[in-house]
Design a protein around this ligand. Sequence first.
Ligand SMILES: [Zn+2]
Length: 366
Amino acid sequence: MKSFMESGAPVPRRGMLIFVIAGALLMAASIMAGAIMSPEGKDIPVVLADGEVITPPWYITIDGEKIALVDSQQTAQEVVGDVIEEYRRGSGTVLDIEVKEETQTEKMEIKNGDKAPDILTEKEAKELLSEGKNGESYLTVVTTEEQVQQEPIEFEQEYKPEPDMYIGEKKVETEGKEGTKEVVKKVVKENGRSIREEVLEEEVLEEPQEEIVLTGTKNYDGYGGGTGNYSGDNVSYDPSAVYETLGNPIDNIYISSGFGQRWGRLHSGIDFALAQGNSIYAADDGQVYFSGVSGGYGNLVKIDHGNGMQTYYAHCSKLLVSQGQHVSKGEKIALVGSTGNSTGPHLHFEVIINGNCVNPLDFLDL
Ligand SMILES: [Zn+2]
């Protein structure tokens, strides 16, 4: 590719009247002076067949092909220069202009008595060059521009757990607002069409305002978070090292809702869907320290296993043990029901270690 900015002044080649002009437009005046001073460049008038007297016209050649004929070398140079300069009117500051093709001027060989040649006006020649034969320009002008634009910065959403709203419910507490940044880009265009972009610099003009979305954590069986503190994804215990596998609290396992882990206090146990009246068993040896009605839990049994672990059995239709009673692993303690905040018969089963609700699946062998 020939750089428009870097090209030097035209040099006649081996005495032929061919001058490289692409890239030399800024120096058009001196080029002309040079052309006129050159002995070969002297434009001697000729008398045409129809009696008209003209100086020899000049071709504009592109990659060696004669594209247009105009009245003088100066016109030829101006036509090419104007077509290239047209692309300087970009949307940014033009850092560089290059032309892919090689453009030259070439004097027409003409002598006395020749037929009048078909000479284009400057305007016609410009149109021909920029529109080409099929609307495609004869020249590929590559501009490198620096553009400065303001662009929006998207806002982020923060989810805030809301225990008074059900899981799946959302409400915008604080509306988000886009910010603004100033972006400096280098854009490379071919004949005005962007072909490459590169971000050089970004400056934040206005920070975006984060959107705060309240997100329900209340489980449909009536409570989110249970009683203990949720331990999160990274539990600090080693189940296999300290605790034996628990016995299954029911016979036919179907998990209808897993242990929640997303926003801290989502679902403090797991739900086993089971028909009303099915048996519930103690998961391990221990002592019943609660057996009664407890808010959203409905009929609830709490067993302390004496090793820092407790288990909860909620929504029971019937309680079969009483407070203070010792129970063995696998012993029947209650019947499945739908008491408390529950939409259908199921067992809500919780495992609590050192006051933290943990995922019961870590301790069950289903
Ligand atoms: Zn539950």
